[in-house]
Design a protein around this ligand. Structure first.
Ligand code: GLC
Length: 567
């Protein structure tokens, strides 16, 4: 008892001594008082495909740790690791069966701690992926929930009677094909799953679910995690009356009637949950990134919260859906830039065809990759990269149904081929498996791995990788890119997208030829108060623009010019 009391006193003393060193917003702010994530480059790591340290053909945490030097040299400030928790891997980790552990396939909690500690030494923060909407059907919560109608966890998921024999409760559809309801014979009710049937939706209207899930975030914050990417947030809540969704004309890629997902998506209640998650995040100076699919900028704005009290970084995923057009990009960037909240740009991820393949014209593929880097890494906002983007990795899509691993592709073949193509192993060198594994990689590598890999591109000053490194470096060192406001230039030009990032300590000019033809752009900055300005090139590709008085910039197809402006 006495020992107990002494320990208590000791703990109280320690708490007092340590209070001033508890993480505070200021501790991680930049010189201008901004939180670290505002100028950050966040790098998405798909752990299955990044680096395999034990030769089983699947990447792992020790693999990631072994590549921290590379990430540091690239200029990465934080890595977001997609789910690495225990999982039956039906959705490759997005079906979590234990939120507070590491899947043995990826390593152990000790490996995770080592990764965080080693990353810290390189000034790289670790962000995890929080699958908030659903668990795996093998999670103990769900196993208990389905065991009986009166089980302790019954109400942690969404169970309902069917409309009639063999009929689901309503017409809602799973985004991965078929109905969103699965009948369970043990308790003779249906459960709701927006994704695969193996991913039952949690019932966020139950305060016990909220508490358990908030505690999960605390567990990882205490282990040194800098924040979370919140998965599929707009599917958190459903209409409790289960109103049928309006049916639209036509069929979707699975051949089902199209629907307006009015009653099972983007329900306003999700904002209360995001506010709650943010409160906890603030206790740990953490950042919340959102997987925020929106149709317009007004919708995106809502995710910041009315008082900036929800997500700091809701992803602008709309950018991934825009065509290569100067006018369209200009219009979009202006709208995002004018919105409340700090922009978060993304051009690809593990669910989206790689940007390199999306934009490729077969002739200027590398130039286009550099131009896109020159665009989104010089905008005012946080940038989220996807592994391999920096070396111009392309999609390697399955050619036959029997090769598909992603269940969505198996069910939807051939109209929906799934997401394997954008998830292939990282290309480290020109050897057989691109240096990813000594075993058989879980997904095959494309031919282009021979030319587009870290080793080869590191030696080539004109590679996509060298261009990325340069621009990321400028992002951190050029005051105009750090603090400057975004000023759109030459708005009538349908081919060349140009803008200034103008700050009190420096100004940068960015000129991008968003076309497959040579273009010329002329500049005169008197309206911007910089008549007779001079430029010095900072980074360029497929461009001719002599240093000196700023006038014309001549650009080859998809050329990009970034220059410092002075008077
Ligand atoms: C998100 C993930 C995707 C996953 C889905 C279900 O959209 O990015 O990969 O399949 O959620 O968790």
């Amino acid at each position: 008892m006495k020992l107990h009391r002494n320990l208590l006193v000791l703990a109280m003393l320690l708490a007092l001594v340590c209070a001033p060193c508890a993480p505070a917003q200021k501790a991680s702010a930049d010189l201008n008082g901004h939180a670290w994530w505002r100028h950050a480059v966040i790098y998405e790591v798909y752990p299955r495909s990044f680096a395999d340290s034990n030769g089983d053909g699947v990447g792992d945490l020790n693999g990631i740790t072994s590549k921290l030097d590379y990430l540091q040299a690239l200029g990465v400030d934080a890595i977001w690791i997609t789910p690495c928790f225990p999982s039956p891997q039906v959705d490759f980790g997005y079906d979590v069966s234990d939120y507070v552990n590491i899947d043995p396939m990826y390593g152990t909690l000790a490996d995770f701690d080592r990764l965080v500690a080693e990353a810290k030494k390189q000034n790289i923060r670790v962000i995890l992926d929080f699958v908030v909407n659903h668990t795996s059907d093998q999670h103990p919560w769900f196993l208990d929930s389905k065991s009986s109608r009166t089980s302790a966890h019954r109400d942690w998921y969404i169970w309902r009677d069917g409309k009639g024999p063999g009929q689901p409760p309503n017409n809602w559809l799973s985004t991965f094909g078929l109905s969103a309801w699965k009948y369970d014979p043990t308790t003779k009710q249906y459960y709701y799953h927006y994704f695969y049937p193996e991913q039952p939706d949690l019932n966020w209207r139950n305060p016990q679910v909220e508490k358990a899930m908030f505690d999960v975030t605390r567990f990882w914050y205490r282990r040194g995690v800098a924040g979370f990417r919140l998965d599929a947030v707009d599917t958190l809540f459903e209409d409790p009356n289960l109103t049928d969704n309006p049916v639209l004309p036509g069929t979707d890629k699975f051949g089902r009637p199209k629907m307006l997902e009015k009653y099972n998506k983007k329900l306003p209640e999700m904002h209360t949950t995001l506010q709650g998650l943010r409160k906890v995040a603030d206790e740990y100076d953490a950042v919340l990134i959102g997987e925020t699919w929106t149709s317009n900028v007004a919708q995106l704005e809502e995710y910041y919260g009315a008082n900036g009290n929800e997500l700091q970084l809701p992803m602008d995923l709309m950018l991934t859906e825009l065509p290569l057009s100067a006018n369209t990009l200009r219009e979009h960037i202006q709208a995002v830039n004018a919105a409340r909240g700090w922009p978060t740009y993304v051009i690809t991820n593990h669910d989206i065809r790689r940007s390199y393949s999306r934009y490729a014209d077969g002739v200027h593929n590398d130039d286009i990759a550099k131009m896109m880097a020159g665009l989104y890494l010089t905008l005012r906002g946080t940038a989220i990269m996807y592994y391999g983007e920096e070396i111009g990795m392309e999609n390697n899509d399955p050619k036959r149904k029997e090769d598909v691993k992603d269940p969505e592709g198996i069910l939807g073949w051939p109209k929906e081929i799934g997401r394997d193509g954008e998830r292939t192993p990282m290309q480290w060198n020109g050897s057989v498996n691109a240096g990813f594994t000594t075993g058989k990689p879980w997904l095959p590598l494309p031919e282009s791995a021979k030319t587009h890999n870290v080793e080869a591109e590191s030696k080539n000053p004109n590679s996509v990788l060298s261009f990325y490194k340069r621009v990321i470096d400028l992002r951190k060192t050029e005051p105009g890119l750090l603090e400057g406001e975004y000023i759109s230039l030459n708005e009538a030009d349908p081919n060349v997208l140009s803008y200034l990032r103008k700050g009190k300590d420096g100004t940068v000019l960015v000129v991008l030829n968003v076309s497959g033809k040579a273009q010329s752009a002329s500049f005169e900055l008197s309206k911007q108060g910089m008549a007779g300005a001079k430029v010095t090139a900072l980074a360029q590709n497929a461009v001719s623009a002599p240093d000196g008085v700023l006038k014309d910039v001549k650009l080859e197809p998809y050329g990009v010019y970034i220059g410092r402006v002075s008077q």
